[in-house]
Structure formats: structure tokens, C-alpha cells
Design a protein around this ligand. Structure first.
Ligand code: NAD
Length: 509
């Protein structure tokens, strides 16, 4: 286990990055919201927040921008997103480093998050020429029927701390090419990356030239500011990423005013290691999926079912990987596991481990790792061998805990796999075609993401991302997720000289 000394001043490095990216000092000094780095627990800045009374005016401003932007041809809107992608490429090193500073990610994951932003920009630029509607056969002679996709309005984006900028970009890039304006309420745990990412978009907006003022807005604030966005009548869609608890509040509020929701909530992701699995491959995939990002991905592997014929070969190897993984300061480039976001995350993890023990679990790891910073929370990832699929196994604990269970029957393991509230990501490790196909079939994994011979985390932007059940049902990013950001109109055009009614109805006056 490698542990490194506290760097000289993370706050100074963050300020230098913000400065380079063009964020005004005024935005992050003397404000009400304290920003921290989980790497040392030190305060990095004091960020200015928007007041509850001013937030609605920001949304009104975005609505005015929408009314202009919706009339700009979609390929021209794509040009703005192309420029955004260019600016992100130029800012990648700085922004990636800031993600590491504020979310505690190791460097390749900090940079990977920015790469994901670039990838979605590329995707959205192509999409700006492909917002297709159908032409549909009509039953009436001399008529044509088609569907047209129109911009929707102000898109509200609420994001979580663990993907502090990529989730915004997934939503914003699509929303902008679809002709919408965007208002973003980032996590209160990661306001600096939000300021930085927004400054990068501002650069693209300046180069673009004639985009309406207020097209993209940032609402820095706590949950109450998020509620303003959720309740505002001029926001027809809110894409909210965070805990299932948050979704339980946001979903009904949006439904009450008939607004749309894209809910991207918690996961309790499962993997199955079958008798025929390539165990070397499974080991690497499980290690990254369960310990990577210190277990703080929505797609983190949390439950692993191992067939009893390979359990005694595979699990000891996995335990060895757990015992040897390097935990420490992510900025030094050596550690594979960085810090938990805060003390609350640490306490929640310890509570889950205590509960697991009470349910008969054998806990390996999970202890706090001392890095010399009293306010930083590093832990050894925990592997917990569980006798039964009960207790804390059924809930998402946002920390590196992997529950390992033995199975013998494939139907029974599929049933256990699906017997949790969340339905985000899943994977199976097998070289048996019948097992692999069964896992992907209608009676297989009930998740939005089901993989074969790769882990549960690390999705690409080309596919639609999201999950079922308590994960909220939303889809964002690739495939046809763009449709959620537009309104569909069905148009019927009569180019004949008569007026036949559908279904043979006659109404002669
Ligand atoms: P969180 O729910 O505490 O906060 C997420 C965001 O929601 C924050 O910006 C917060 O201010 C806001 N918020 C909270 N309650 C709100 C309310 N009632 N109204 C409006 N806004 C509200 O989540 P977190 O701790 O930042 O992130 C971790 C959670 O997010 C985990 O459960 C993880 O699985 C989930 N997550 C899901 C996805 C996904 O795509 N499914 C991606 C990332 C994270």
C-alpha cells in the first residue's frame, strides 16, 4: 500500500488552474460555499452561490435565450458544440487535474472524465445533422404524414459529485444541438470543476459569436437551488443524477407539473463469475469495477456471485488483489484508489460493514488508511464474503465494498442478481454461450446495462446510459437518447381537393 505526503497547497494549484481556464477570482473567493479537496480534506476555495430569490431570474434568462436558439439551424448549433469540443481538448490536462483535486480521482480517471466530455461533443456534432423524423404511410389519399422534432425549452441539469463534469456535458451537448438552453445545478461538493467546465464552454460561446446571451447558465448552490430548478414552470425537462433518495423527491415534483424527467440514480450492480469464465480476465474486470474510483461510481461493482466450482480458486486471488492495491494520494500518479469524498461517506461505509458482520459476513479490508491528513478519508477497499443475499447487500453503499456470494444454480443466481431495488449495470463472466445469451435475454439481467466478459463500469458514450427500477429509468448520452430533449410533432398534410376523415367517419354539413 503506497501512501504519500500531503502536497504543498492543493488550493493554490486549483486556483492556478481556474485562472488559466478563465474563471474570475471573484467567483471562488469570499463566497458562502466552502469547496474542499478530499485528497487532504483542506478547503480549496469559498465559492459564490446564487440566492434563492435570484435563481428564477436566471432560469427566465435561459428561457429567453431558448426562444432565439431554437430558430438557429441545427447544424449551426452543432458548430457551437464542435468548438466546445475543441476547447475541451485544449483544457483537458487542467480540467482533468481539477477533477482529481476535487473528486479525488486518479489522474487517468480525471483525464478520462474530460475525454468523455470530448467524445459526447463529437457525437452531438454528428447528431446535429441527424435529428430525423419519420414519414409515415397514411390511410387517406392525397395526404402525407410525418413527424418533426422541435426544441423543447430550458433543460435543467442536476449533477452528482462523482462525475462532476461529464454528466453535465452528456446532457448539455445533446440539449444544445437539439435547440435548447441549459441551466446546470452542480453538486455542492464539486463547485470548482463546475466553474471551470462552464468557463470552457464560455470560451466556445465567445468564438461562436452570436449565440444568445444566457444560453448556458450555472446555478451554484445547495439542494434548495436544485428544488427551484425542479419546480420552475419554464423548465420542461430536468435531467437529475444522484441518489435514489434525491430521485424520490425530484421525480414526483416534476410529475406534478407534467414536466419530463431523466432520472439517473443509484446502482447496486451485480456480476456473475461462471464455471467457464476466463478467471484472469474476470479478476481484472472485478478489481477495476469494484475498487476503481474508490467504489464511487454509480456503476461500481457491488455484488459478485461466484460459482462454487471456481470460488476457491478465484476468491483467494481476488483477496490478494484487494490486499495489495495501492491506496493514497491520487495526484502522485501511483495510487489506484484515492480518497472517499468525505467523512459522511466513510461513516456510511463503516456502518454497512458493521451490518454485514451482523448478517454473518466475513470482512476483509475496510479500515481507514492514515495519510497524515486528519480530514481526509482513505480506506482499504473491503471484500465481504456473505453467506446470504441479505441486509446491506441489498442497498447501494457509495464506497468500495464488494459483497461476494457463492452460487450453484444459474436460475437461482439470476433471481438473486435481480432481487435488489436498483437496476443500473450488470455483467457476466462466462465462455458458455447459453449462459451469456440467457443473461442478456428477456428473463436475464433486468438492468439498463448488461455486459458479457467486461465489468459493470466504464461505459462508452455511444450507447444510451441509464438503468431501470430505482435507478430511475432515464437514458442519456448516445443512441437515441437525444429524443428526450426534443418535442415530437406529428404533422398530417392534405394535398388533395377533398377532406376524407380517418376511420371512415362521415360528417357532411
Ligand atoms: P445526491 O443525491 O446527494 O446529490 C446529487 C445532486 O442532487 C446534488 O447536486 C444535490 O444538490 C442535488 N439534490 C439533492 N436533493 C435534491 C432535491 N430534493 N431537489 C433537487 N436537487 C437535489 O448524490 P451524490 O452523493 O452527489 O452522488 C452519489 C449518488 O449518485 C449515488 O447514489 C450514485 O449511484 C448516483 N449516481 C448515479 C449516476 C447514474 O448515472 N445513474 C451517475 C452518478 C452518480
Amino acid at each position: 500500500m503506497s501512501i504519500t505526503a500531503k502536497p504543498a497547497s492543493i488550493a493554490a494549484e486549483a486556483a492556478a488552474i481556474l485562472d488559466r481556464l478563465g474563471v474570475s477570482k471573484d467567483a471562488y473567493t469570499g463566497g458562502e460555499m466552502k469547496a474542499f479537496s478530499p485528497i487532504t480534506g483542506e478547503q480549496t476555495a469559498s465559492v459564490k452561490t446564487v440566492s434563492l430569490s435570484h435563481a428564477p431570474a436566471v432560469i427566465d434568462h435561459a428561457d429567453a435565450a431558448f426562444r432565439v436558439w431554437r430558430l438557429v439551424p441545427a447544424p449551426k448549433r452543432g458548430e457551437l458544440v464542435r468548438l466546445f469540443g475543441e476547447e475541451l481538448r485544449a483544457a483537458k490536462a487542467d480540467l482533468g487535474r481539477l477533477v482529481s483535486i476535487e473528486a479525488g480521482k486518479i489522474p487517468s480517471e480525471g483525464l478520462g472524465e474530460v475525454q468523455e466530455m470530448i467524445d459526447i461533443c463529437d457525437f452531438a456534432v454528428g447528431l446535429s445533422r441527424q435529428l430525423y423524423g419519420l414519414t409515415i404511410a397514411t390511410e387517406r389519399p392525397g395526404h402525407r404524414m410525418m413527424e418533426t422534432w422541435h426544441p423543447l425549452g430550458v433543460i435543467g441539469i442536476i449533477s452528482a459529485f462523482n462525475f462532476p463534469v461529464a454528466v453535465w456535458a452528456w446532457n448539455a451537448a445533446l440539449a444544445l444541438v437539439c435547440g435548447n438552453s441549459v441551466v446546470w445545478k452542480p453538486s455542492e461538493k464539486t463547485p470548482l470543476t463546475a466553474l471551470a467546465a462552464h468557463a470552457v464552454l464560455d470560451r466556445a460561446l465567445k468564438r461562436f459569436g452570436d449565440a444568445p446571451d444566457g444560453l448556458s447558465q450555472l446555478l451554484i448552490g445547495d439542494r434548495a437551488i436544485g428544488e427551484v430548478l425542479v419546480d420552475h414552470p419554464k423548465v420542461p425537462l430536468v435531467s437529475a443524477t444522484g441518489s435514489t433518495r434525491m430521485g424520490r423527491d425530484v421525480g414526483p415534483r416534476l410529475a406534478k407539473r407534467f414536466a419530463r424527467a431523466i432520472l439517473e440514480l443509484g446502482g447496486n450492480n451485480g456480476g456473475i463469475v461462471c464455471p467457464s469464465a476466463d478467471l484472469d480476465m474476470a479478476l481484472r474486470a472485478v478489481a477495476f469495477g469494484a475498487m476503481g474510483t474508490a467504489g464511487q461510481r454509480c456503476t461500481t461493482l457491488r455484488r459478485l456471485f461466484v460459482h462454487d466450482s471456481v470460488y476457491d480458486t478465484f476468491v483467494p486471488r481476488l483477496k490478494k488483489a484487494y490486499a495489495s492495491v495501492s491506496v493514497g494520494n491520487p495526484l502522485d500518479g501511483k495510487a489506484l484508489v484515492g480518497p472517499l469524498i468525505d467523512k459522511l461517506a466513510f461513516d456510511t461505509m463503516q456502518k454497512a460493514l458493521t451490518e454485514a458482520k451482523a448478517h454473518g459476513g466475513a470482512v476483509h479490508g475496510g479500515e481507514r488508511v492514515d495519510t497524515g491528513s486528519a480530514d481526509a478519508y482513505y480506506v482499504k477497499p473491503a471484500l465481504v464474503e456473505m453467506p446470504t443475499h441479505t441486509g446491506p447487500v441489498l442497498e447501494e453503499t457509495f464506497a468500495p465494498i464488494l459483497y461476494v456470494l457463492k452460487y450453484s444454480d444459474f436460475d437461482a443466481v439470476l433471481s438473486d442478481h435481480n432481487a435488489v431495488g436498483a437496476g443500473l449495470s450488470s455483467s457476466i463472466f462466462t465462455l458458455n454461450m447459453q449462459e451469456a445469451e440467457r443473461f442478456l435475454a428477456a428473463d436475464g439481467s433486468d438492468c439498463g446495462i448488461a455486459n458479457v466478459n467486461i465489468g459493470t463500469s466504464g461505459a462508452e458514450i455511444g450507447g444510451a446510459f441509464g438503468g431501470e427500477k430505482e435507478t430511475g429509468g432515464g437514458r442519456e448520452s448516445g443512441s437515441d437518447a437525444w429524443r428526450a430533449y426534443m418535442r415530437r410533432a406529428t404533422n398530417t398534410i392534405n394535398y388533395s381537393k377533398s377532406l376524407p376523415l380517418a376511420q371512415g367517419v362521415s360528417f357532411d354539413i
